[in-house]
Design a protein around this ligand. Sequence first.
Ligand SMILES: NC(=O)c1ccc[n+]([C@@H]2O[C@H](COP(=O)([O-])OP(=O)(O)OC[C@H]3O[C@@H](n4cnc5c(N)ncnc54)[C@H](O)[C@@H]3O)[C@@H](O)[C@H]2O)c1
Length: 253
Amino acid sequence: MKFTNKTVFITGAAGGIGRQTGLSFAKEGANVAVSDLDFDMAERVANEIKSAGGIAEPFKLDVTNQNETIETMNNAYNHFGGLDVAFCNAGIREIISPLELSIEEWRKVIDINVTGVFITAQTFAKHCIKEKIKGNIVITSSTLSVTAAPNRCAYTSSKHATAGMTKQLAIDFAKYDIRVNAVGPGVIRTPLTERYFQDEEASQKVRNLHAMKRWGEPNEISSAVLYLASEEASFCTGTNLIVDGGWTAGKDW
Ligand SMILES: NC(=O)c1ccc[n+]([C@@H]2O[C@H](COP(=O)([O-])OP(=O)(O)OC[C@H]3O[C@@H](n4cnc5c(N)ncnc54)[C@H](O)[C@@H]3O)[C@@H](O)[C@H]2O)c1
């Protein structure tokens, strides 16, 4: 098992991608700190991991709150006796014309998707430096970190920021032996995207976005996250690994 005796801290761990990544890390022997804004859901995911034979603990965490993040990571460290990987994954998005997007909604998306990722990564890096741990940070970006889609101005801006932050933190943290990488999913069927699948026409549109003519499943993202966090990726840092069934490779015309 690749992550025996390692502890992974996941934000947004109760959602589709976070949950699957927690299950996948646990299957490879990791202890999983399952953190989410929604504690009840985090608890459910932690119980699911435990039922599958893994080790997990739920934590309530709003990633936009710096003090709460510091306290929660300390609690996770004390609970498991270590912290080796941070998966900065919590995120939300809007679907609305940029002409109608309120400044409150813009700030909310940027706060969670950019500032929240920064707070998690910074808190974790300080911990690694203090404890002299060769740490690993993986950030969930998106295809919209390299391209755009209609009516997602705050989301696209936030995800482009995560791609920049990944490169920036990679060069600033390399001297501490902390690698920083991102995974950029195409459309993955999760609670975030569930409404795309409510009718056949919308589902077909989603399929057609991808060269492979299908959407992705959460385990196709978790496998990329595990790779980047593993020793197999020991020379990877600053990478934004797009996992999108060919969406951004080009258009079929
Ligand atoms: N599903 C996709 O198609 C897709 C594609 C590209 C990128 N992503 C990204 O993947 C990540 C996970 O998405 P998902 O599809 O699993 O979504 P999801 O909605 O299923 O899960 C997101 C989780 O984040 C939590 N969350 C929201 N605000 C939070 C906050 N302030 N603090 C802590 N937790 C918070 C939610 O409670 C939820 O459990 C997001 O960053 C998203 O932008 C998803």
